[in-house]
Design a protein around this ligand. Structure first.
Ligand SMILES: [Zn+2]
Length: 281
C-alpha cells in the first residue's frame, strides 16, 4: 500500500495543480475503480463533471478533494496507484483507469499497473467521506494531528498493544503500513513486541521523535509525484530496498547501526517485521 508520506506528497502536488480548477470531462476506463462508491461508471461521471475543486486534503493514506456543493472526490491510491498531470488531448494509456480534464486546460490521469487495480475513486457528500472509505475518525494521523509527545504518550498507554501491531492497526493509526512501521521502530530502537503501555518517558520520546523523522525523510525521498508519475516501489526487481529505507526489505543485510544481520519475522498471518535483534529493545 502507499503509506502516509507518499500520499502527503501527492496531496501537496494536487493542492498546487488542481485546487481552483473545474472538472470538464470525465472518462472511466475500468468499471471496478468506482466501487463501492458508485453502482457504475456513468454515476461517477455525472457526480464529478462540472464540479469545482476547492481543497486537497488527506487522512491516513487517502486523498479527499473537496468539491463545491458539499461534495468530496475520494482518491484512494490503493496498493500502487499514481496520478499524472497530462494535457487535455492525451489519450488514457493502458494502465490509466480514469481521466478528468479541466475547463482551464490540462488533465489528471489516475493509473495503476495491475491486473486488478486497487485504486478507488468516487464522489460522496463531504460529511460521509471518512465513513465511505472506512477510516476510523479516532485513528491518529501522525502528521496531520501533530500530537505533542505527551499526547502521544497517553495515546500509547491507552492503546496498550505491541508496538508493531499498534502502528499498523488502521483503527488506531491512519496511513502507516508495513514499511514505515518497521522504519519507525528501527529508528526508535524499540522492539516490535514492546507493549505500548510500558514505555519509559525516554522511550516514548524516542518513538515520538522517530515517527516525525521517518515521515519527513520519506516525504523528502518521495520528491514530487505528479510529474515523474510512477509510484516508486519500495523494493526493486533485484530485491534492493529503496535508499531511504534503513530496515524494511533488508533481511540478511547488516544493520546500519550495529552491523548484525537484519531479520524478517512473522508476527501473525500476513504481518511481518524487518528488525534487528541486537539494537532494538
Ligand atoms: Zn542493529
Amino acid at each position: 500500500m502507499l503509506e502516509l508520506p507518499e500520499v502527503e506528497v501527492l496531496r501537496k502536488d494536487l493542492e498546487k495543480e488542481v485546487v481552483g480548477k473545474r472538472v470538464k470531462d470525465v472518462t472511466v476506463e475500468t468499471a471496478s475503480v468506482v466501487r463501492p462508491f458508485h453502482r457504475n461508471r456513468p454515476d461517477l461521471v455525472k457526480a464529478l463533471e462540472g464540479r469545482k475543486i476547492e481543497a486537497a486534503r488527506r487522512r491516513g493514506n487517502i486523498i479527499f478533494l473537496e468539491l463545491d456543493e458539499g461534495m468530496t472526490w475520494i482518491l484512494d491510491p490503493g496498493e500502487a496507484g499514481s496520478l499524472h498531470k497530462e494535457t487535455a488531448s492525451e489519450k488514457p494509456g493502458p494502465d490509466t483507469h480514469m481521466a478528468a480534464t479541466f475547463t482551464t486546460g490540462g488533465a489528471l490521469h489516475v493509473s495503476e499497473v495491475a491486473d486488478e487495480p486497487t485504486v478507488r475513486i468516487g464522489v460522496v457528500p463531504t460529511d460521509e467521506a471518512l465513513d465511505a472509505v472506512g477510516l476510523s475518525p479516532d485513528a491518529l494521523d501522525l502528521f496531520d494531528d501533530n500530537p505533542t509527545w505527551m499526547e502521544f504518550g497517553r495515546f500509547l498507554a491507552e492503546a496498550d498493544k505491541p508496538l508493531k501491531l499498534l502502528l499498523v492497526d488502521p483503527d488506531l493509526v491512519a496511513g502507516i503500513g508495513p514499511v514505515y512501521s518497521d522504519e519507525i521502530l528501527w529508528e526508535a530502537g524499540l522492539r516490535h513486541d514492546h507493549p505500548s503501555s510500558t514505555l519509559s518517558t525516554q522511550e516514548t520520546r524516542r518513538l515520538y521523535r522517530a515517527t516525525q523523522e521517518v515521515i519527513v525523510a520519506a516525504m523528502k525521498a518521495a520528491g514530487s509525484s505528479l510529474d515523474d508519475a510512477e509510484a516508486d516501489s519500495m523494493i526493486d526487481d533485484e530485491g534492493e530496498s529503496a535508499q531511504h529505507l534503513r530496515v524494511y526489505g533488508r533481511d540478511g543485510k547488516p544493520c546500519h547501526r550495529c552491523r548484525r544481520p537484519i531479520l524478517r519475522t512473522r508476527i501473525k498471518k500476513g504481518v511481518y517485521t524487518y528488525h534487528c535483534q541486537q539494537c532494538m529493545i
